[in-house]
Design a protein around this ligand. Structure first.
Ligand SMILES: [Zn+2]
Length: 179
């Protein structure tokens, strides 16, 4: 979908980048009709900061296509489409689970400041369910990862080399729907 702008590690970085390098956010073309010149169309707000909340509301830039009159938005890669938690939180949980920590232990560890056990379970099932599709594309980018035999091994290796947010930004730009 090319919804995600890669290499924006944190919400703070996003806020600074949007002011200093706004052109990095403008899509190359309309995702609906392919027209190349999109107009800035304000922003919408997300509650992306679930820590102190100081950075909320976080603006997400929107664009308007004068060809088909459609709109689209561009998320910095630290933020996940359709998920409240940042990729960094999802990664921390998934790394624990990939290392063999149980869901219950993981939930206890994160207790009050983190996602609920049911949310963690959903992320875990999601990664397993999408593994074949994601791994197939990611091996085009990094053939070395093809050596991993089993799905958990694949993700342990991949996340060690690149943050989950950038793996997902790559897949998004390849046309896959993430998460
Ligand atoms: Zn269009």
């Amino acid at each position: 979908m090319a919804r995600i702008v890669p290499l924006v590690a944190t919400v703070e970085e996003h806020l600074a980048k949007w002011i200093s390098r706004p052109e990095d956010y403008r899509p190359k073309q309309c995702p609906h009709c392919g027209l190349a010149r999109l107009w800035c169309h304000g922003h919408y707000c997300r509650k992306a900061d679930r820590g102190s909340g100081e950075l909320n509301p976080v603006p997400v830039p929107r664009y308007y296509c004068p060809g088909c009159k459609g709109t689209c938005s561009r998320l910095p890669s630290c933020m996940a489409p359709r998920r409240w938690y940042l990729w960094s939180v999802q990664q921390a949980v998934l790394v624990c689970l990939l290392a063999g920590v149980s869901l219950e232990q993981c939930a206890a560890q994160w207790a009050e400041r983190g996602p609920a056990l049911s949310t963690m379970r959903r992320w875990w099932r999601w990664l397993k369910a999408r593994h074949m599709e994601f791994a197939f594309r990611l091996r085009n980018r990094q053939p070395e990862w093809g050596r991993a035999g089993e799905w958990r091994e694949f993700w342990r290796g991949a996340i060690e080399e690149e943050p989950l947010r950038e793996l997902m930004a790559y897949l998004d730009n390849e046309g896959l729907i993430v998460p």
